[in-house]
Design a binder for this molecule. Structure first.
Ligand SMILES: [Fe+2]
Length: 276
């Protein structure tokens, strides 16, 4: 049976070694990614149990969480940042690095069948795709595992954005994201959110769009009602809002205010009703 703890040891050795080999500036970024990974594994423990996973499925869910961002290390080494738009698809990199190092075979204590490997790889690939792509998954098992990692990842993104967002200068952020330096929300993004339609990466034009998109995930891109409950309990969503407003990077007025209020109200309603 696959056991996550074996892989955890491998991950810790790999990430520690990586940390030692990079410069100080990169060490900070590596630390954030290690912290994110371990928090996502922790969230997965809770969410997978709530979703009724036991035995090996429970272990597989944690292994997916552990390696979902594994490609971030190479991405940082090759490009010096974590922006997929300007470098590579980090989920694809996670999978190719896992295959190159043959991690699933060498780090575990038992033989891992090809179908289990495929399940793990595909769930990792799907954690970084648009919601519309995820929706097209036909295989129920893959959809469940991919849904779990997507939710855990997003819950922790709310935490990390709330914690670290202000640390980066706005200029760096604009440059890295190649977005229009405007806090206004584009008309199309406004309409789509108000009609509860899915947003795609290409819809995001301004920084205002990007921020409201992050908030919008909570009602457009979560897969388990327990995820919403967990997020509400942790308070990350509210923390992120406060952090954005305090940093001056989110203007809580006009269209943005209207959208945020709409999203937050929906979020609270769904938590209360235990629905998505
Ligand atoms: Fe990721």
């Amino acid at each position: 049976m696959i056991k996550c703890e074996n892989y955890l040891r491998y991950f810790k050795n790999y990430s520690d070694k990586f940390f030692q080999e990079v410069d100080l500036d990169s060490q900070y970024r590596v630390k954030l990614k290690i912290e994110h990974t371990l928090k996502v594994v922790k969230l997965m423990r809770t969410l997978a149990k709530e979703a009724g996973l036991t035995g090996e499925d429970y272990e597989i869910a944690k292994v997916i969480a552990l390696f979902h961002d594994f490609g971030r290390f190479n991405q940082l080494k090759l490009y010096g940042h974590f922006n997929d738009r300007l470098s590579l698809n980090h989920a694809e990199e996670s999978v190719s690095e896992m295959k190159r190092l043959n991690i699933l075979d060498i780090a575990g204590s038992e033989y891992v069948t090809e179908d289990k490997k495929e399940l793990i790889y595909n769930a990792i690939l799907y954690h970084n795709k648009d919601h519309a792509e995820f929706e097209k998954i036909k295989d129920k098992r893959l959809k469940m595992f991919a849904g779990l990692i997507r939710d855990c990842d997003k819950i922790d993104i709310y935490r990390s954005v709330a914690k670290y967002y202000g640390d980066q200068s706005p200029e760096d952020f604009f440059r890295a994201m190649q977005l229009q330096k405007s806090f206004d929300v584009s008309e199309e993004v406004y309409d789509k959110i108000m009609n509860l339609e899915a947003l795609k990466r290409d819809d995001i034009i301004t920084l205002g769009d990007d921020i409201i998109w992050d908030f919008y995930w909570v009602i457009s891109d979560m897969n388990f009602p327990e995820s919403l409950k967990l997020l509400k309990e942790k308070g990350y969503f509210e923390e992120m809002f406060n952090k954005f407003v305090a940093s001056g990077k989110f203007k809580y007025e006009g269209d943005a205010k209207e959208l945020y209020d709409f999203i937050y109200e929906e979020f609270c309603k769904r938590v209360e009703n235990g629905t998505l």
